[in-house]
Design a protein around this ligand. Structure first.
Ligand SMILES: [Zn+2]
Length: 106
């Protein structure tokens, strides 16, 4: 099993890069001022960057610790590692080649 934190940081790095590329494409494009759909107006590069930042803050809160015989999350009241919060954060990336089905949320 690969590390869930490494996986999530890599996906967030990709999302941040996509947001930056989209910001360059949209810069000074009148389409996004005059004709864009509600979806396009809602999911802006700024929104993506804010979501990436929020998810990075969540990742900062959760870490594993080796206690007794199994790793636990230091934030989630000692839930088994990886905790449900981190596994839920992997849901948007479930089709990625590096996704581990063991992280699925039941
Ligand atoms: Zn946790």
């Amino acid at each position: 099993m690969s590390c869930i934190l490494t996986f999530l940081h890599a996906r967030l790095d990709e999302d941040q890069q996509h947001a930056q590329a989209e910001a360059v494409l949209r810069d000074d494009d009148p389409y996004f001022v005059n004709e864009a759909s509600n979806f396009e107006r809602c999911f802006t590069p700024e929104r993506m960057r804010a979501e990436v930042d929020a998810k990075r803050r969540i990742l900062e809160l959760h870490s594993s610790t080796e206690t007794l015989d199994k790793p636990k999350c230091t934030h989630c009241d000692w839930q088994r590692w990886p905790c449900p919060t981190l596994r839920i954060l992997t849901v948007p990336y479930a089709n990625h080649l590096d996704y581990d089905p063991a992280w699925s949320v039941r």
